[in-house]
Design a protein around this ligand. Structure first.
Ligand code: HPA
Ligand code: ZN
Length: 330
């Protein structure tokens, strides 16, 4: 079965995680910035990560080259082209504005570039979607609140809010008040949880943040009552297999918990997280689990179905894509 032909949504991709080494160098040249690596190959040679924190350090370093709206446009458009090639019809992408604000890039400027790229992707490839603004959990709730003050007048340009960055030691509950405000402004809420943090962080994301999806969510398997809750409430978990492999959460794709999650009745979809860093875009992630876990065509279609069911797309769009997936199996 040709997976690229299946309609699918990508619900867990950090747009800055699509920053390829060639673009890092092109943008550094554009802005006259000096990088600590001689060329893209030398940068790519750094892409061996011991854990999430090791990855995040390099990920934040590379972001220093994103300095204006045009950079965000170029970054996002390059990603949308790859996603369209993988059959992605809808993208709900994260971005980390706190880092860019530190570099003097205004939130409105970040969003202008991102939105122009999405509009162009719609015209060129029929890709639709929106952006999820993330709070960096390891900076704590006060900076998150300051970001929300900046974002509130621009809330109509956001699909939702998320919570990302280093997880262990940073539970979700302190971010409850800022998530309450975002939800009251009509935004969707999602949160990373159970990537490196314990199941209690997933409970907290659901109960205190009102998270409609949990990003990663792998460690829910340690808590049967949590699995039952996620199954009953049909909460989508946005899995990222190559990310898990590269960050050492699984030692081999043949041992990835995705099969166990599906068997437990969880709603899981496959995503790329930070594809420029983890060795592949959405299509590569789907192929990796198909081969590693010997998944059937029916299961591959089910994963695509879960991505669409878990998206915040308009119901009519979701129904059309699901009908297309039904036809793919006959
Ligand atoms: N986890 C948490 N924060 C992140 C990630 C991730 O996998 N990628 C980019 N920011
Ligand atoms: Zn992520």
């Amino acid at each position: 079965m040709d997976l690229t032909a299946l309609p699918k949504a990508e619900l867990h991709v950090h747009i800055e995680g699509t920053l390829e080494p060639d673009l890092v160098f092109a943008l550094a040249r554009r802005h006259g910035l000096t990088l600590p690596w001689d060329d893209p190959e030398e940068l790519r040679a750094e892409y061996r990560f011991a854990d999430l924190s090791g990855f995040l350090a390099l990920y934040y370093d590379c972001m220093t080259v994103l300095r204006d709206g045009q950079d965000f446009y170029d970054l996002a458009l390059a990603y949308f082209e790859r996603a369209a090639h993988d059959g992605v019809r809808r993208v709900e992408a994260f971005f980390d504005p706190q880092v860019h604000l530190d570099h003097g890039v205004a939130l409105a400027e970040q969003l202008a570039g991102l939105h122009d790229a999405l509009a162009e992707a719609g015209r060129r490839w029929g890709v639709e979607g929106g952006y999820l603004m993330c709070f960096l959990r390891d900076r704590g709730p006060a900076p998150a609140q300051r970001l929300w003050q900046l974002a509130q007048p621009l809330a109509h340009r956001l699909l939702g809010v998320g919570l990302d960055s280093a997880e262990a030691g940073f539970p979700p509950e302190p971010f409850g008040p800022v998530f309450d405000q975002a939800r009251r402004a009509g935004l969707h809420a999602v949160a990373h949880g159970g990537e490196e943090g314990p199941p209690s962080y997933i409970w907290g994301a659901l109960d205190r943040l009102g998270a409609e999806r949990v990003d990663h969510g792998l460690r829910c398997l340690e808590d049967p009552a949590l699995v039952e809750r996620l199954v009953t409430e049909r909460v989508t978990l946005t899995g990222c297999p190559l990310s898990n492999l590269r960050l050492g959460l699984v030692d081999d794709m043949r041992h990835h918990p995705l099969s166990r999650m599906l068997e437990a009745g969880l709603r899981v979809c496959v995503n790329s997280d930070d594809p420029a860093y983890f060795g592949g875009y959405l299509g590569d992630n789907l192929e990796a689990v198909r081969q590693g876990l010997s998944l059937s065509d029916a299961t591959m279609v089910e994963l695509c179905r879960d991505s669409i069911r878990g998206s915040f797309a308009e119901p009519g769009r979701r129904a059309a894509w699901l009908a297309e997936l039904d036809r793919a199996l006959v």
